[in-house]
Design a protein around this ligand. Structure first.
Ligand code: FES
Length: 575
């Protein structure tokens, strides 16, 4: 033990009165000795373990390894559950509930008399939600991620989570593989515990946690089933006690410099577009001034170095063996805000300096990048006055400047009903437009922006088209896909005014997205817009709260009243 910090738990467990008796007595029912309550840090282990969140289903075991580290360092580990979000299982979309989980985490961290917390998460929305909740309380905190699944292997080939679902699905719809071959890949793709093995949203967030300085090196890439992940969890248990003893709350690390490092790394790894909304929401909780344009401006000089699906060739297991995040940060060290601190006690510059690269094809050198253009392009124009984004390295270069007639779908149901209709008036030059999938309108902004291509065009060999929506897309997806159009169509944003045949011009390098219809006509259409019906299934409960208060994508889709922090103080007792 070092020093004598002001332990938050002491104000509760150290009380020599009836309240103290109550708090200690019930805890002693778990077999805790008296000295557990005499100046030892109480460490929460906030666990999103769930069998309905397969990517996090091994976190119960990892929690035991965190506990070893906490005990070893003189703390008292106390594991507790919060709700969990299985990206591939929960409907209508996990994003609807990210803020609910963040509220769950925030209230638990504040309400219980813990001194610090280890956040065990992994599947897409779980870690962002945990960090958002933790930031609004601001205790010492550290992230331990699930870690990626092992590489998928199918018929002698490596296949990656999500990315190869999209590819194989299109191959089947194009008649290139049979239905039996398609479904045969199911078990081969998901071979172990862990998160998607591509650089999807979960691995992106795991990587950004290293860049933000809130996770130990190796957090993103050590495979979920690798013994070294248990070691990482053990070390995180020791580290959180150290953070408590040195009184280093989460805000020590989540500074503007840390967010800038995260954005720089996001570009170099070809990270998920979902990270944009999560980082904006997290910055809002921390009081850090971050805007959509920061993603574009900061990443302009950072090339794509991680040769990982969906932007490249390899998977997360390969990334780990090649050096992982320390190796990647070593390569972009000159871009990083070197002095930013990390939970490990050294600066991010020190972590980067210690990194090594063992495979130059997986983590490319600066002079041989996967792609010179990377990061996030932020588009504006009369179709997206509040902004929209596109991931250039997931797109077809020739389509990044494109004009074409719109083929409009008013909802995801409309899209599914008509996209394969033989008489749909669509060509490879068309621009597919999907409405009604924004934060409020869906509700929850689902990952449907990478719309399937029309079957007749797939059969003709078309593999990409310009697609535009107010939706998100999976971090594992690819294509020339314009996402997060703001304001969303449900709120009467310009997307709601688009009609079949309107010409849309995408100019990626020029950062513009234009609907080539004159203003008078747009005003006329706006005056004819009907009052939208209430979003589906939102009459009551959490969904009602969500649709009434959710912010647009360019603000991170947090609930308006959750922006900011309430701190850790609780002024009243329970009895
Ligand atoms: Fe859970 Fe991809 S579905 S991480």
């Amino acid at each position: 033990m070092v020093g004598k910090p002001r332990l938050r738990s002491a104000a509760v467990y150290g009380k020599r009165d009836r309240d103290g008796f109550i708090h200690r007595s019930w805890m002693k029912s778990q077999g805790l000795p008296d000295d557990s309550f005499e100046g030892r840090p109480m460490i929460g282990i906030c666990n999103t373990w769930s069998e309905l969140t397969p990517c996090n289903a091994h976190l119960r075991i990892l929690a035991d390894h965190v506990k070893r580290g906490v005990w070893q360092a003189g703390g008292v580990p106390l594991e507790f559950p919060v709700s969990s979000l299985g990206e591939t299982q929960i409907r209508p979309t996990a994003m609807l509930f990210r803020n609910l989980l963040a509220m769950d985490v925030e209230e638990a961290l504040r309400g219980y008399a813990i001194d610090g917390v280890v956040l065990l998460g992994g599947c897409d929305k779980t870690t962002p939600a945990q960090l958002m909740g933790a930031a609004s309380v601001d205790l010492p905190a550290i992230v331990v991620s699930s870690g990626p699944m092992l590489n998928g292997r199918f018929r002698g080939q490596t296949i990656g989570s999500g990315t190869d679902v999209w590819r194989l699905s299109e191959d089947m719809r194009a008649g290139k593989i049979s239905e039996a071959e398609f479904f045969g890949a199911e078990a081969a793709m998901s071979r172990s515990a862990g998160v998607c093995n591509t650089m999807g949203t979960a691995s992106t967030i795991g990587s950004l946690c290293e860049a933000l300085g809130v996770a130990l090196p190796g957090n993103a890439s050590i495979p979920a089933v690798d013994a070294r992940r248990r070691t990482l969890a053990h070390l995180a248990g020791r580290t959180i006690v150290d953070l408590v003893m040195h009184e280093k709350p989460l805000s020590t690390f989540l500074t503007r410099a840390a967010f800038e490092n995260a954005i720089l790394v996001h570009a170099a790894i070809g990270g998920s577009t979902n990270a944009v909304v999560h980082l904006l929401a997290l910055a809002g909780r921390c009081g850090v001034d971050l805007c959509l344009e920061d993603f574009d401006h900061l990443s302009r000089d950072v090339p794509l170095l991680a040769n990982l699906a969906p932007s490249g060739q390899y998977l997360m297991e390969d990334f780990d063996y090649a050096g992982g995040m320390p190796g990647l940060m070593h390569r972009i060290a000159g871009h990083l805000r070197q002095d930013a601190p990390t939970v490990g006690g050294v600066s991010i510059g020190t972590v980067a300096a210690a990194g090594e690269v063992f495979n130059d094809d997986v983590i490319r050198p600066l002079d041989n990048p996967v792609s010179a253009s990377s990061g996030t392009w932020v588009l504006r124009g009369n179709l997206a006055p509040g902004g929209a984004i596109i991931k250039p390295n997931a797109a077809t270069p020739a389509l990044l400047v494109h004009s074409g007639p719109a083929v409009v779908f008013e909802s995801i149901e409309d899209f599914k009903a008509r996209i394969d209709a033989p008489d749909l008036a669509v060509t490879a030059d068309s621009v597919l437009v999907l409405k009604g999938c924004g934060p409020r309108g869906y509700p929850g902004m689902p990952e449907v922006g990478n719309m399937q291509l029309p079957q007749k065009l797939l059969a003709a060999g078309v593999r990409d088209m310009v697609r535009i929506s107010d939706a998100r897309m999976s971090g594992t997806a690819y294509g020339t896909v314009v996402l997060h159009v703001s304001p969303e169509s449900h709120l009467g944003g310009p997307l709601a005014l688009v009609r079949d045949g309107d010409i849309i011009r995408l100019d990626g390098p020029g950062r513009s997205l234009a609907l080539l219809v004159d203003d008078a006509e747009l005003d006329r259409r706006r005056s004819l817009l009907p009052v939208p019906p209430p979003p589906p299934n939102s009459a009551r409960g959490y969904a009602r709260l969500y649709v009434d208060t959710v912010l647009q994508a360019d603000k991170g889709c947090d609930l308006d009243f959750l922006v900011g922090s309430s701190g850790a103080v609780v002024t009243r007792e329970s009895h």
